[in-house]
Design a protein around this ligand. Sequence first.
Ligand code: ADP
Ligand code: ZN
Length: 534
Amino acid sequence: APAAAPARFGSADDALRTVYGYDGFRGEQAAIIDHVATGGDAVVLMPTGGGKSLCYQVPALLREGTGVVVSPLIALMHDQVDALVRNGVRAGYLNSSQSPAERATVERAYLSGELDLLYVAPERLGSEQTKRFLERGTIALFAIDEAHCVAQWGHDFRPDYLALAELAERWPDVPRIALTATATEATHREITTRLSLGDARHFVSSFDRPNIQYRIAPKLDVRRQLLDFVRTEGRDADGHPVAGIVYALSRASTEKLAAFLAANGVDAMPYHAGLDAATRRRTQERFLRDDGVVVVATIAFGMGIDKPDVRFVAHVDLPKSVEGYYQETGRAGRDGLPSTTWLAYGLQDVVQQRRMIDESPGDLAHRRRLASHLDAMLALCETVQCRRQNLLAYFGEQSEPCGNCDTCLEPPASWDGTVASQKLMSTIVRLQRERGQRYGAGHLVDILRGKRTPRVEQYGHDALATWGIGDELSEAQWRGVVRQLLAQGLLQSVGEYGVLTLTDASADVLSGSRRVSFRTEPERPVRASRSSRA
Ligand code: ADP
Ligand code: ZN
């Protein structure tokens, strides 16, 4: 029989105190650890900072053999393993950044039963060679971190993850635990089926981060707005600067914004994948070590950086999805203390992102998926309801208005959109009932605005009773109406082409028993930028 690393501890509490120095488990940790340590499969949905690592590390220490951890973040493996080794855990990793000699040392340790934990990049685990190698040792469990990467519906799909389905067949007796901090119901389902975790127990924690205040503002003069934000949120009660992250989409804008903030007295530094490794490392170290450093970064920054006291996260560009937004804002306030997030969005962002989606490689279904992610993100920006309620609803969680977001604290100006919604809905109903036709948002808006497109002419849609009854709203405003109705479950988008249909709840709006309101944007940013810049 192959050599096996013996169980290191008799009980989870023992491991927790000895290795980590903590007094007790948090939330569902104890239940998850117990389940996996006794051989059960698990799917764990837990927000960032919830303490997922312990959920697979501790069972690995309690079981005979080595815990094999699949993690896509090669850059972090080194740090994670270092931290474990400092705590007396025998850990190693296998990835492409290693020299053959380093790899040989780790492989030898595994085969002779001297490793508690082995981190492996997903593309390695897909290879037959690696699997044969692993078969020569004893595996305590498989942990699949960032499990949402297996979901094609998600925002962070990685093809390498699909090969992980084979683990179940090859090692039917080894427990598997899949973990993620971002999962909508659709992604959750995909994780379960694609990783063959049908018999697993599911541990779903609340995704609420009550100490985080959410704020979203229309983009006007974004540098000025950002500087104001950093000046107010960037200090603690004693006036000392605090740590924060500013996210921007392009490398060039991270550099420009960092320089702008620095010129205005903020200790700011840029961070993106185009900087050399030494510079990136220095920035990261300063951020972790010194007080009050603000990093202006692309989303490459922050993944796995364990800094508990990040006091604010700002986005100067619209994130591509709610999952991404949640993950990035989640890097604030891991210590549970009050923290603020702020996002500036403009229609210019939307135009740009739609173009990127149109030009992106992949099939129509893929582009539709990207577009629906963007729509959900926009719906969050445009909602007149509590941001947190909206955010949690996106992850399938019901909640009450939070009292700690911008819409709760200062209710936004809004307009009654009930009549507009009725116009849209009755257009959908008429097309379906009278002609058996269903359409996506674009054509419906053309009908409402009375636009004579070739399709309108071809199908004689100018004869509909709702033809041209919606020209009081711009096309952009109608798009906003559609997004809000989708976000509120008052419309649904079906199939590959995104045709719109009513839902059960739509009837209340059509009958007038339910009112709908929409956010009044203070200024239409697209017009402002047309006249002032382009
Ligand atoms: P996640 O992977 O879910 O984002 P981590 O596993 O990195 O979370 O844990 C977040 C932080 O909380 C880490 O600093 C970790 O050491 C700490 N932590 C986790 N579990 C506990 C616990 N039971 N008691 C105290 N601190 C904990
Ligand atoms: Zn709120």
